[in-house]
Design a protein. Structure first.
Length: 165
Protein backbone atom coordinates (compact mmCIF):
# COMPACT_ATOMS: atom_id res chain seq x y z
CA UNK A 1 0.00 0.00 0.00
CA UNK A 2 1.41 3.43 -0.94
CA UNK A 3 2.63 5.69 1.83
CA UNK A 4 0.36 8.61 2.76
CA UNK A 5 1.50 12.01 1.58
CA UNK A 6 0.70 15.05 3.71
CA UNK A 7 -0.19 18.23 1.83
CA UNK A 8 1.74 21.37 2.90
CA UNK A 9 1.32 23.76 -0.05
CA UNK A 10 3.90 26.34 -0.99
CA UNK A 11 3.13 29.42 -3.10
CA UNK A 12 6.69 29.30 -4.46
CA UNK A 13 6.11 27.66 -7.80
CA UNK A 14 5.37 28.45 -11.42
CA UNK A 15 4.33 26.77 -14.62
CA UNK A 16 6.66 24.44 -16.47
CA UNK A 17 6.46 26.34 -19.76
CA UNK A 18 5.51 23.17 -21.61
CA UNK A 19 8.54 21.19 -20.41
CA UNK A 20 7.99 17.51 -19.68
CA UNK A 21 9.07 16.03 -16.35
CA UNK A 22 12.16 13.95 -17.12
CA UNK A 23 14.34 13.98 -14.01
CA UNK A 24 14.34 13.99 -10.21
CA UNK A 25 16.69 16.17 -8.17
CA UNK A 26 17.58 15.11 -4.61
CA UNK A 27 18.53 17.77 -2.05
CA UNK A 28 19.05 18.06 1.68
CA UNK A 29 17.44 20.74 3.85
CA UNK A 30 20.53 21.68 5.91
CA UNK A 31 18.37 21.52 9.04
CA UNK A 32 16.96 18.78 11.28
CA UNK A 33 13.48 20.19 11.82
CA UNK A 34 10.94 19.49 9.09
CA UNK A 35 8.69 22.31 10.36
CA UNK A 36 11.44 24.89 9.71
CA UNK A 37 11.67 23.77 6.10
CA UNK A 38 7.90 23.62 5.62
CA UNK A 39 7.47 27.08 7.19
CA UNK A 40 10.23 28.47 4.96
CA UNK A 41 8.55 27.01 1.86
CA UNK A 42 5.17 28.44 2.95
CA UNK A 43 6.60 31.97 3.00
CA UNK A 44 6.41 33.84 -0.32
CA UNK A 45 9.45 35.83 0.80
CA UNK A 46 11.68 32.73 0.73
CA UNK A 47 11.15 32.19 -3.01
CA UNK A 48 12.10 28.53 -2.43
CA UNK A 49 10.25 25.24 -2.46
CA UNK A 50 10.40 21.62 -3.52
CA UNK A 51 7.75 19.22 -4.67
CA UNK A 52 8.34 16.90 -1.73
CA UNK A 53 10.04 16.96 1.66
CA UNK A 54 10.87 13.68 3.40
CA UNK A 55 11.31 13.82 7.17
CA UNK A 56 13.82 11.64 9.00
CA UNK A 57 11.02 9.26 10.10
CA UNK A 58 9.91 8.69 6.47
CA UNK A 59 6.92 11.05 6.49
CA UNK A 60 6.41 12.59 3.04
CA UNK A 61 5.07 16.12 2.56
CA UNK A 62 3.96 17.50 -0.82
CA UNK A 63 4.57 21.24 -1.13
CA UNK A 64 4.08 21.73 -4.88
CA UNK A 65 1.94 19.74 -7.31
CA UNK A 66 3.94 17.71 -9.81
CA UNK A 67 2.33 19.63 -12.68
CA UNK A 68 3.94 22.87 -11.46
CA UNK A 69 7.60 23.80 -11.30
CA UNK A 70 8.93 24.04 -7.74
CA UNK A 71 11.75 26.49 -7.07
CA UNK A 72 14.44 24.12 -5.83
CA UNK A 73 17.24 23.95 -8.38
CA UNK A 74 18.28 27.59 -8.61
CA UNK A 75 20.83 28.37 -11.31
CA UNK A 76 21.25 24.93 -12.82
CA UNK A 77 21.94 22.92 -15.95
CA UNK A 78 21.39 19.26 -16.88
CA UNK A 79 22.56 17.82 -20.20
CA UNK A 80 23.09 21.35 -21.52
CA UNK A 81 19.57 22.46 -20.62
CA UNK A 82 19.16 25.36 -18.19
CA UNK A 83 16.25 25.91 -15.81
CA UNK A 84 16.14 22.41 -14.36
CA UNK A 85 13.11 23.51 -12.28
CA UNK A 86 11.02 23.36 -15.46
CA UNK A 87 11.68 19.66 -16.15
CA UNK A 88 12.28 18.15 -12.72
CA UNK A 89 10.68 16.97 -9.52
CA UNK A 90 12.57 18.30 -6.48
CA UNK A 91 12.81 16.19 -3.32
CA UNK A 92 14.32 17.54 -0.10
CA UNK A 93 15.58 15.16 2.58
CA UNK A 94 15.52 16.60 6.10
CA UNK A 95 19.12 16.60 7.30
CA UNK A 96 22.59 17.64 6.34
CA UNK A 97 24.91 16.69 3.47
CA UNK A 98 27.63 16.01 6.05
CA UNK A 99 25.65 13.31 7.91
CA UNK A 100 23.98 10.01 7.08
CA UNK A 101 20.32 9.79 6.17
CA UNK A 102 17.91 7.62 8.15
CA UNK A 103 16.75 4.18 6.89
CA UNK A 104 13.02 5.11 7.05
CA UNK A 105 13.80 8.27 5.11
CA UNK A 106 15.63 6.35 2.39
CA UNK A 107 12.79 3.78 2.22
CA UNK A 108 10.32 6.63 1.65
CA UNK A 109 12.60 8.18 -0.97
CA UNK A 110 12.88 4.91 -2.89
CA UNK A 111 9.10 4.44 -2.79
CA UNK A 112 8.45 8.01 -3.95
CA UNK A 113 11.09 7.90 -6.70
CA UNK A 114 9.78 4.55 -7.94
CA UNK A 115 6.27 5.98 -8.18
CA UNK A 116 7.52 9.09 -10.01
CA UNK A 117 9.71 7.06 -12.38
CA UNK A 118 6.73 4.89 -13.36
CA UNK A 119 4.32 7.83 -13.69
CA UNK A 120 6.65 10.05 -15.75
CA UNK A 121 8.84 7.39 -17.41
CA UNK A 122 12.00 8.73 -15.75
CA UNK A 123 15.12 6.58 -16.15
CA UNK A 124 17.07 5.76 -12.99
CA UNK A 125 20.13 7.60 -14.31
CA UNK A 126 17.98 10.77 -14.45
CA UNK A 127 17.77 10.83 -10.65
CA UNK A 128 20.51 13.29 -9.73
CA UNK A 129 21.76 15.31 -6.80
CA UNK A 130 21.70 19.07 -6.47
CA UNK A 131 25.50 18.99 -6.66
CA UNK A 132 25.23 17.45 -10.15
CA UNK A 133 23.27 20.33 -11.71
CA UNK A 134 24.29 23.48 -9.85
CA UNK A 135 25.92 26.42 -11.64
CA UNK A 136 28.68 27.19 -10.97
CA UNK A 137 29.77 23.63 -10.29
CA UNK A 138 30.78 23.06 -6.68
CA UNK A 139 28.47 25.73 -5.25
CA UNK A 140 26.19 23.07 -3.63
CA UNK A 141 27.18 19.76 -2.04
CA UNK A 142 23.83 18.08 -1.42
CA UNK A 143 22.71 15.43 -0.90
CA UNK A 144 26.34 14.90 0.05
CA UNK A 145 28.97 12.20 0.45
CA UNK A 146 26.85 10.06 2.78
CA UNK A 147 24.00 9.67 0.33
CA UNK A 148 23.95 5.98 -0.77
CA UNK A 149 23.49 6.51 -4.52
CA UNK A 150 24.32 2.92 -5.50
CA UNK A 151 21.90 1.33 -3.05
CA UNK A 152 19.08 3.81 -3.76
CA UNK A 153 19.37 3.51 -7.55
CA UNK A 154 19.61 -0.30 -7.32
CA UNK A 155 16.42 -0.51 -5.24
CA UNK A 156 14.56 1.79 -7.64
CA UNK A 157 15.80 -0.20 -10.66
CA UNK A 158 14.66 -3.46 -9.04
CA UNK A 159 11.24 -1.93 -8.35
CA UNK A 160 10.97 -0.74 -11.96
CA UNK A 161 11.91 -4.19 -13.26
CA UNK A 162 9.29 -5.79 -11.04
CA UNK A 163 6.62 -3.29 -12.19
CA UNK A 164 6.99 -4.34 -15.84
CA UNK A 165 7.32 -8.08 -15.16
Amino acid sequence: MPRAIIERPSPNCSGRGGAAIDCIVIHDTECREVELTLSWFASPASRMSAHYVIDRDGTIYRCVDDEDGAWHAGDSVLDGRRDVNACSIGIKLVGFAATAYMPFQLDALVELCLSLCVRYKIAVDRIVGHQDIVVPAGRKKDPGPYFPWGRVRERIAMGLAASVA
